[in-house]
Structure formats: structure tokens, C-alpha cells
Design a protein around this ligand. Structure first.
Ligand SMILES: Cc1cc2nc3c(=O)[nH]c(=O)nc-3n(C[C@H](O)[C@H](O)[C@H](O)COP(=O)(O)OP(=O)(O)OC[C@H]3O[C@@H](n4cnc5c(N)ncnc54)[C@H](O)[C@@H]3O)c2cc1C
Length: 675
């Protein structure tokens, strides 16, 4: 058994053996797991060049993004460099100004500086109100963007008749941080076809943007995973004689201009292929790149790749509800309709003569992949790398509940995938695939996993439904598709707005101590604390405990769901805006599928259901490791107070019954606080 598999089974298969504490990472007996100070030393890479350049014609009523771009450009021209934090503050302020400049009086904002419900002076005292301020669009701006979502704008742009472009000397595949693979990659596959047609070499490009990562709350683990995957891909591309060119632009809004005016000309290309990212900022970046490219004789081709079924091709609505179950069946129907999942083939490699080319030959070593990104140094990189190794092969090797695992072909009752139906809500064992980091970074594609899932069905169909483990698993993968559909159709959700605007002004508590207790796993609710400590230590959580921890923050502590959304993004290795936002909005009852506000998770009941023997809690909350029986779920109410005190574990920070009533009142009477 490899070191990694030992570690994985230690971390995930808790029933089988006594669970080691997470200090096992530094286990002296296992040298490969101990921290290496040398490795931890970071080299930082940053390229910064500020060339003022004219930007494309602006709309008379510029949207927020373009406004930001303009302001950033002006700032770049006048100042050489401003510290990262200061920049964000300025950007946030411009955001607010921008809304007003467009004639939006910002009524909600005046009442609720967070764009949500913490009113007046109180909000200003809340440190975290500042953190999320500026990332929350006003209701008016969000509604306007929803009217004509950026994906529609991009689609129209791509459908427009375009002028033919000159041949150029290369074709570029611009790899994004969520399509980090060679296999089944639409843009890469089409770029390689085009290069072959034109008889020119294919070049892979990767853009690092710390400013983008800061703005989008990327976790250090996710960025480290990105770099590891990039390093893993480089020799593979090299083997195909494809150079990987890596550039770094701190200012995310300058990317289209930098690429079109500097990078693409340097790569001597007029044909660029990308896979579309469905987040608002990313779509706007692509719109700008396509427009600017066209104005400069460069064709930027944007393709659907991230999802099994591209947005809009499967029904997500029934009546006036937008439901994943409908979508899940839609995915099955589309795939079975086209007789299977179509995987993209990568057909051609560059001619080896590229290496002797005076220009392209140099690209192979010109831009090394940085060891770390400044501001995103991953403190626990070695441990995280052991648990979540990079590369498509590693994803396929996960011996967990996945159609990709060995043994998955046994679709009898012993099959792990079939057991998913009963096991998926249990957190005390090895019950789910752990593929989310790989799917979020595109190290494997959702098409690849569904193609494997389809093979497991005896009739060769893609099952989707709640009746079998496999069907259920496919449905879970459909959630990923679904939330991307939602985000691209209602971009408001990636602008900090609730999907259901009627809950925008729910009144949130302002309590730094409660927020920190939640983040650090010190709430006195063992299952919540276990989940949050797991999040902090391994950058990942099982779905059920994500829901429990999220529900506790929102409904029990009555803290703004966006604070939790941000914290998860900043810590998870699988941080993904669509899935994370979808999960938070579902839990906060502000989202699509029904989780009505009056359905509030009972933390204790959830704990007993998802961790029946308490093993998960004992593992992550060592203060409770000697507790027997049900006391482990609620030690405060099940132990004499002097015994409880000896545990060194906190008493519950809220009363479940009272907090439930408070949540019910605040959701029912949006904008009000109970007397
Ligand atoms: C509050 C909250 C935040 C979340 N944040 C993220 C996130 O940042 N990134 C992320 O990938 N998932 C997120 N999820 C969804 C889900 O919890 C994880 O995808 C899942 O726990 C990953 O474990 P797994 O790979 O073993 O999943 P499995 O159960 O094996 O499912 C297979 C795959 O299906 C997809 N999937 C499963 N459930 C969901 C779901 N509810 N929504 C979207 N996709 C799903 C994932 O890609 C997953 O890897 C969140 C859920 C909640 C409730």
C-alpha cells in the first residue's frame, strides 16, 4: 500500500481502525510525511509590467466590471504599485461609487452596507462587514445583470459573423485553473486540430493572477494544487512537444489587454482557444478578450467544457421552481439521447522540429512555473499534497467510492458505488468519492466520471435517480452541473446576492466571537466543531457536515451566510464558486431547490445520524475522545458539570431552541429583529 493510500485510509476509513490524530502528518516514523523546512521556503514569482494601453470602446453605460477596469487602469498609470490590501479597499470603494454613479441610489446599501441585513452603525463595527463589503452588488445592479447574463452576451458575441484572421505562426490553448488536464479537454482538443490544419505549432498558455485569487477568496491550498497540477502537466506537454508558457499579472482586470497587446503577439498567434468559465468576472474577462482580440486581428474561440451538459441545454426549471432533480434527469436524458458521453480526443502533437525553432524552441524553458504565488503560500502544502496528490492519474487511483476505482464494476450490493445510497450521509467512513478537488480543478472532467458510471449500468444507460447508489452518485455529480447552470443563468449568485431576493434583508447578528468560535471549531456543538476542524486541517469536508456546519452558522448563530461562504472558499482545496455558493444558499434557504426557512437542521439529531458511533467527532475533537455512547454528541447536557469542565471543551455557545425561534422570526419578518 502506498504512503498515500495509508494516509487516505487513515483519514477516511475511520471505522476500520483507531483513528490517528492529524499530528500523524508529522509522524517521525514516517519521514515522507514530515514537514520539510526547505520545501516550505517559498520562491515567489511575480511579473509586473505596467504598460498603459488604450482599451476598447466603452459602452455609454459601462457595467461594473468595465468601470473597475477603467479605474484600475487609471490607478496603474498614476501609481507604480500599491499594497495588495490597499488595492482591494480602493476597489471596494469604487464599487460603491460605481453603483451610485449609475443612478442607483443604493437604497439597500444605505440601509445595509453589507448588501444584506446588518443595519446601520452596528454594521460598521463588524470587522467582517468590511471583508464582504464591495463583493456584494446592489439589488439593482444584480437585477440588471440578470436581465442579460454575461454568458448570453458572450454567446451572442461568438455567434456574430467575424472577419477572417491571418494565419499566425502558432495556435494557443489558454488553460484555466479549472481545466487542468490533457485528456477530454475541449479547447485543447480543438486547438490541436486547428494547429494541425494550419500547419503551425500549438502552444499552451497559463495565466497566474494573484489579484484575481484575492478577489475570489481562493484558498492557498487550491492555488498550491493548481501549481502542482501545472508542474505535473508540464513534462506531459513537453513530451508532446508543446511548450507551456506561464505569465503572471497581478491585476486581474488588466488580463485581456495584457494578453492581446503583449502575450498573444509574443506567441505570434492569431488563434486562441479557451474553455469557458461561468463566473461573472471570468465571463466578462472573456468578453473583453474576444472583443479586444477581434479589434487586433486575433480570433479567441470560447468553448463549453466544464459541464456534462452545457448551460441551457437541459431544463432546470419546473413551473417557477428551479430544481436540481429536474436537471439531474435532464442530464441523463441528454446523455442517453446522444448514446453516451462524448469524450474529446487529443489528436496531435507538435512536430519535434519546434525545439530547434529560434522563437518557439525557447518557450520550453522561458517561463518556469513558480514554486508559490505571493500571498498564497500554503503553510501545510506537504501534508495537503500527501492527501490530495496532483494529476489525472491520481484522481483515477483514488480507491474510494467512485466509478473510476478498481472493483467499482461489481454492481452488486458489495460495490462501493452502490453503497453510496446509504453511505453518502455518513461521515464516519469511506463513503464518498473525494473527487471534488479533482473535478473543481478540472484534473478530471465530469464527462469522464459519468462515462465510467454509464459503463457500470448493465443496460449501458446513465442512471440518475434516488433508487440506486450509482443513480444517486450521478445525481450528485449533476448538482455540480446544476449550480453552474444557475450561476450562468442568474449571475446575481456570483455577485453576492441571494437567489431569492426577498431574503436579502434578513437581519444578521454581528458577533465576532461567535464567528471565530465557528471557524476554529469551538462552538460546544461537537459535530460542528469536528467538521470545522476537519476543514481547517485537511481542506475538505463531507457533504453532510458541510450542510450541518453551514446551517449552524446561518440558522443557529444567525450570521450572514456570505461569511461562511468566504471562509469555506478560503480553506477548501475544492473551493468552487458555483458549488459553494449553491450549498450555502441552499442551507440559508435563499437559494434554488427547496430548503424552506422553517426547515432548520437540529444539530444534535444530525450528529447522531451522520456519525452514529461518534467516531468522526472523537477523531477531530480529541477533548472528547474518551467519551462513550451518546454523550459524545452533546457532552454538556449529558455529563455532570464538574466532569464536563475537566474535558477542557467549550459549553454550547447558543441554545438550540432559542436560536431556532430567532431564525424563524427573522426569516418570516425580513428586515426586522425580534423585540
Ligand atoms: C455549504 C456547502 C459548500 C460546498 N462547497 C463546495 C465547494 O466549494 N466545492 C465543491 O466541489 N463542492 C462543494 N459542496 C458540495 C459537496 O459538499 C462536495 O462536492 C462533496 O462533499 C465532495 O465530496 P465527494 O467528492 O466525496 O463527493 P461525492 O459525493 O462522491 O460526489 C461526486 C461529485 O459530485 C459533485 N457534487 C456532489 N455533491 C454536490 C453538491 N451538493 N453540489 C455540487 N456538486 C456536488 C462533486 O463534484 C463531487 O466530487 C458544498 C456543499 C455545501 C453544503
Amino acid at each position: 500500500m502506498s504512503t498515500r493510500h495509508r494516509l487516505l485510509s487513515a483519514l477516511f476509513s475511520r471505522r476500520a481502525q483507531p483513528m490517528p490524530q492529524l499530528t500523524l502528518f508529522a509522524d517521525p516514523a514516517s519521514k515522507s510525511l514530515s514537514l520539510s523546512p526547505e520545501k516550505a521556503k517559498a520562491k515567489t514569482a511575480r511579473s509586473s509590467s505596467s504598460r498603459a494601453a488604450a482599451y476598447t470602446k466603452r459602452d455609454p453605460d459601462p457595467n461594473l466590471w468595465e468601470l473597475h477596469h477603467h479605474q484600475e487602469d487609471m490607478a496603474a498609470a498614476s501609481k507604480s504599485r500599491v499594497k495588495a490590501k490597499v488595492e482591494e479597499v480602493e476597489e471596494d470603494n469604487e464599487h460603491t461609487k460605481g453603483d451610485r454613479a449609475k443612478g442607483h441610489p443604493g437604497k439597500r446599501r444605505a440601509e445595509s452596507p453589507e448588501g444584506g441585513g446588518v443595519a446601520g452603525k452596528e454594521a460598521k463595527r463588524h470587522k467582517n462587514a468590511y471583508e464582504i463589503k464591495g463583493k456584494v452588488a446592489t439589488a439593482e445592479v444584480a437585477a440588471k445583470v440578470d436581465e442579460d447574463p454575461p454568458l448570453n452576451q458572450l454567446t451572442r458575441l461568438l455567434d456574430e459573423k467575424k472577419n477572417s484572421v491571418d494565419k499566425g505562426e502558432s495556435v494557443v490553448y489558454w488553460m484555466r485553473m479549472d481545466d487542468m488536464r490533457i485528456e477530454d479537454n475541449t479547447a485543447l482538443s480543438q486547438a490541436s486540430d486547428r494547429a494541425r490544419e494550419l500547419g503551425v505549432p500549438l502552444v499552451a498558455l497559463f495565466v497566474i493572477s494573484p489579484g484575481d485569487y484575492r478577489m475570489h477568496d481562493r484558498s492557498t491550498r487550491r492555488i498550491d494544487f493548481m501549481l502542482r497540477n501545472l508542474r505535473h502537466l508540464k513534462p506531459k506537454l513537453d513530451h508532446l512537444n508543446i511548450p507551456l508558457h506561464v505569465v503572471s499579472f497581478d491585476k486581474r482586470l488588466s488580463i485581456p489587454r495584457k494578453l492581446v497587446t503583449e502575450v498573444f503577439p509574443h506567441l505570434k498567434t492569431t488563434h486562441v482557444f479557451v474553455n469557458i468559465e461561468y463566473e461573472v468576472d471570468e465571463l466578462r474577462r472573456d468578453i473583453a478578450t474576444v472583443k479586444l482580440g477581434r479589434a487586433n486581428g486575433i480570433d479567441v474561440v470560447c468553448l463549453h467544457d466544464r459541464l456534462v451538459v452545457p448551460p441551457g441545454r437541459s431544463r432546470v426549471r419546473r413551473g417557477n421552481r428551479c430544481r436540481c432533480s429536474v436537471h439531474g434527469r435532464g442530464v441523463g436524458t441528454v446523455i442517453n439521447g446522444i448514446r453516451g458521453v462524448v469524450l474529446m480526443r487529443f489528436r496531435s502533437r507538435n512536430d519535434p522540429s519546434i525545439r530547434n525553432d529560434t522563437h518557439f524552441g525557447k518557450l520550453f524553458d522561458a517561463t518556469p512555473i513558480p514554486d508559490q504565488v505571493e500571498g498564497f503560500e500554503c503553510a501545510d502544502r506537504d501534508q495537503i499534497a500527501e492527501v490530495w496528490p496532483e494529476g489525472t492519474e491520481a484522481a483515477k487511483e483514488l480507491q474510494l467510492v467512485s466509478p473510476l476505482s478498481d472493483g467499482a464494476e461489481h454492481d452488486d450490493k458489495n460495490s462501493r458505488v452502490q453503497q453510496y445510497q446509504t453511505g453518502r450521509n455518513l461521515v464516519d467512513g469511506d463513503n464518498s468519492s473525494k473527487l471534488s478537488p479533482y473535478l473543481a480543478s478540472g484534473v478530471i472532467s465530469a464527462r469522464m466520471v459519468l462515462a465510467e458510471a454509464r459503463k457500470l449500468n448493465k443496460k449501458g444507460k446513465l442512471e440518475s435517480g434516488r433508487d440506486t447508489g450509482l443513480g444517486m452518485w450521478v445525481q450528485e455529480v449533476s448538482w455540480r452541473d446544476f449550480y453552474n447552470h444557475v450561476m450562468s443563468t442568474w449571475p446575481r449568485v456570483s455577485m453576492g446576492r441571494p437567489f431569492l431576493e426577498k431574503f436579502a434583508d434578513v437581519q444578521w447578528e454581528v458577533d465576532e466571537d461567535h464567528l471565530n468560535a465557528w471557524k476554529e471549531g469551538r462552538t460546544g456543538f461537537p459535530i460542528v466543531d469536528a467538521a470545522m476542524r476537519a476543514c481547517n486541517k485537511r481542506g475538505w469536508m463531507e457533504n453532510r457536515v458541510r450542510m450541518v456546519a453551514a446551517s449552524f452558522l446561518v440558522k443557529s448563530l444567525m450570521l450572514d451566510w456570505r461569511l461562511g461562504e468566504k471562509h469555506f472558499m478560503e480553506n477548501f482545496i475544492d473551493g468552487d464558486l458555483a458549488a459553494n455558493n449553491g450549498g450555502w444558499q441552499w442551507t440559508a434557504s435563499t437559494g434554488t431547490d427547496p430548503q424552506p426557512y422553517f426547515r432548520i437542521f437540529n444539530t444534535l439529531t444530525q450528529s447522531e445520524k451522520c456519525d452514529p458511533n461518534g467516531d468522526y467527532i472523537r477523531y477531530w475533537v480529541p477533548e472528547l475522545k474518551h467519551l462513550k455512547g451518546k454523550a459524545v454528541h452533546d457532552p454538556f447536557h449529558n455529563m455532570p458539570s464538574n466532569e464536563f469542565k475537566k474535558l477542557g471543551y467549550p459549553a454550547p455557545i447558543v441554545d438550540h431552541k432559542q436560536s431556532r425561534e430567532r431564525a424563524l422570526f427573522r426569516y418570516k419578518n425580513v428586515g426586522e429583529k425580534e423585540a
